[in-house]
Design a protein around this ligand. Structure first.
Ligand code: GUN
Length: 304
């Protein structure tokens, strides 16, 4: 069997077109959705990701701002900038690219982002809302994986889903999203004993370990849907995922390539979250105006 490719570039194009229409509606009302990207330090991979995010905003006609700081910047300076961005009417989504240098506390910085502008969905409130089933801004990578699965009409309810990786930004939210759709979910880690015992029962296998080619075809259930979140630079300069694509594609029914699978979907869902944040801002502003004009009318009536 050779698996069908889940093409993140093609699916992104279709989803971005839908969100662009929504962004254009806002622009007609005089509101251009805006994303601020905060980058600290000179991590080469982060620089590429951030450049791609800013470029994608431009392609959708969104406003974007890149706020760059040297690696030795103090936490206080970054927090002060986030406070400014929270107050900026031009900005509806704020993203702080991770990882941050050691002198900066991840949690303090992520908690400083306004819940309403949390386009990455990393704020504790939004992660908590994911547990209770009501998040507005799902974290972009697992959100993108769900969108890919839905695009290819992969049944989720009742299936065995296995997530390898327990990070706050991929593994844990991924597991919660699959659980919310009634999958039976196992979360494996690098310490899992006999990983194959889990992978071999997975109808849907999501791999986010950062270990190149660690999941091979021999570990996969025939016909499984395999989603590779990893992106690793190999010694020969080529990119590889956490799944050994060549052997896995012979066992899987669907598989994501690296690059061109999950990567573009992460950026697509970031754009979606930014437009969603701008829509919520617009709706809130409208309600406030309605309330104010209502209060004005009531005050005028009282004076009569
Ligand atoms: N670092 C690696 N992935 C991500 C991501 O999706 N968002 C942010 N902000 N940082 C990351």
């Amino acid at each position: 069997m050779t698996a069908t490719l889940m093409d993140g570039v093609a699916v992104s194009k279709s989803i971005r077109a839908q969100w662009k229409e929504r962004a254009d509606v806002l622009k007609l009302q005089g509101l251009t959705p805006g994303l601020a990207v905060v980058l600290v330090g000179d991590n080469a991979a982060s620089q590429v990701y951030v450049r791609n995010k800013v470029k994608a905003c431009g392609e959708m006609g969104l406003h974007s701002e890149l706020h760059q700081f040297p690696a030795n910047v103090s936490e206080q300076v970054v927090l002060a900038r986030i406070a400014e961005l929270n107050a900026s009417p031009k900005i509806h989504g704020i993203l702080v690219q991770l990882p941050l240098p050691p002198q900066i506390d991840n949690t303090r910085v992520l908690e400083a982002i306004s819940v309403e502008k949390d386009a990455d969905g990393f704020h504790l409130y939004n992660l908590g809302a994911l547990v209770t089933g009501g998040t507005v801004f799902p974290p972009c990578t697992p959100y993108g994986v769900m969108a890919l699965l839905d695009y290819y009409r992969i049944p989720i309810e009742g299936c065995n889903a296995v997530v390898i990786g327990r990070s706050n930004i991929v593994g844990k939210p991924m597991a919660l999203m699959l659980l919310a759709r009634s999958a039976t979910v196992s979360i494996c880690t690098s310490k899992t004993r006999d990983l194959r015992q889990y992978t071999s029962i997975a109808d849907i296998l999501v791999v986010a370990t950062g270990k190149p080619k660690m999941v091979t075809g021999a570990m996969i259930k025939p016909g499984a849907v395999v989603v590779d979140v990893g992106i690793n630079r190999m010694p020969d300069g080529k990119l590889a995922g956490d799944v050994d694509f060549d052997s896995a594609k012979e066992k899987a029914s669907y598989i994501t390539p690296v690059p061109g699978g999950v990567g573009p979907m992460t950026i697509t869902m970031l754009l979606a979250n930014t437009v969603q944040a701008a829509e919520r801002f617009a709706a809130k502003s409208l309600n406030m105006r309605k309330d104010q004009s209502g209060t004005g009318r009531e005050a005028a009536a009282l004076q009569k």
